[in-house]
Design a protein around this ligand. Sequence first.
Ligand code: NAP
Length: 315
Amino acid sequence: MKREMRAAKYDEFKGPKGVEVGTLEVPELKEGEILVKIKAAGVNPVDAVITNGYYKDMMPHSFPIIPGWDFAGVIEEQGHAARRFKVGDEVFAYARRPEVKWGTFAEYIVIPECYVAKRPENISVEAASAIPLAGLTAYQSLYQYGKLSEGQKLLILGASGGVGSFGIQLAKAKGAEVIGVASSKNHDYMKSLGADHTIEYKDSDVGKAVKEIYPEGVDLIFDCTSGDTLRQSLGSLRDSGKVVSILNQGDDFPKIDFQFVFVEPNALQLDHLRQLVGDGKVKVQVSSVFSLEEVAEALEQIQTLHTTGKIVIRP
Ligand SMILES: NC(=O)c1ccc[n+]([C@@H]2O[C@H](COP(=O)([O-])OP(=O)(O)OC[C@H]3O[C@@H](n4cnc5c(N)ncnc54)[C@H](OP(=O)(O)O)[C@@H]3O)[C@@H](O)[C@H]2O)c1
C-alpha cells in the first residue's frame, strides 16, 4: 500500500529560503532496506550548503530534494533480507546516499539497514539524532586518519562547533591533551567538554598562542575552520606533526603531512560512539529544536557557522 509523508523539500537551488513543507510518497522498500519513522534529525552546515547547489557538480542530485543527513527514529518495516534489527528498534544513522534526494527532515526514510546502528538510549532522541554526521567526522578525523594516541597534544580549530565538540570529547577519551580554538564566549563551553586550554582566534595569532602553552608544539591539528586560523596554527605544528582537515585539501601546504577527510557513513563506528555515550565519555548539547515548518530558519542559523551545540528538527 502506498504511504505518504510530510517532508521539508525544495525544487531549485535557492538556499534555505527555497525550502517548504509538502507531501511526498514514501519510496517502496527494496531488498536489504528498512522503513524508519524519524523522531528527530540533526542539522549540519552541509544541509544549507547543498540548498545553494554547491555540490551539484560533485554528486548526482534529483528534485524534489529533502534536506538532512542525520536522524534518530524507530524501525517500522523491514524489506526482504533486512534482518539485523527488528521492528520497534530505536536506531540512528548518517544517511548520506550516493544521490542527493531522500533526506531526513521528513516523517519517514527508507534506507539500507547497513547504514544504521542502535541509538544510545541514555540520552534524548534529539541528542542522539545530532550525533551521526558530526560525531563520525570527528571520529574518522582523529581516530582513523589522525591516529591520535594517549598523551599526544591536539589543537582543534573551531572546537566549539558541532564537529569540534565531539573532537574535544573523543580526544579526551583517548587521553590526549587538547587546545580548543573558538571565540571567547565559547571558552567555558569548551572547558566543560574537557578542553585543557582555550584560545581566541579573533585578535591573536593562533600559532603563537599555542607556542606559549606548548613551546615544543602540537602533534596533531584538527582543522574545522580553515582560512587564516589554519595558516597561523601551522607555526605550532611539530616537525613530525600532522594536519587533518575537513575543509581544506592541503594543496597549498605540500611540505606538511596533510589529510583531507570527507565523512563516510559507518555503522560500526556509530556502535562505538554509542558505547562512548553510554559510558558518559561523550555528551551532546542540543541548543534548539525546530519543527518541519521551521527548517529554513534552522538552515539559516546553521550556515552562520557560529552555532554552539547542535540544532535539531523534530518532524
Ligand atoms: N569534510 C567533512 O566531512 C565535513 C563534515 C562536517 C562538517 N564539515 C564542515 O566543517 C565546518 C565545521 O562544521 P561544524 O558542524 O562543526 O560547524 P558549526 O557547528 O557551525 O561550528 C563552527 C565552529 O567554528 C568556530 N569558528 C568560526 N570561525 C572560526 C575561526 N575563524 N577560527 C576558529 N573557530 C572558528 C565557531 O565558533 P565561534 O562561534 O566561537 O566563532 C563554531 O563553533 C563546516 O564548514 C562544515 O560544512 C565538513
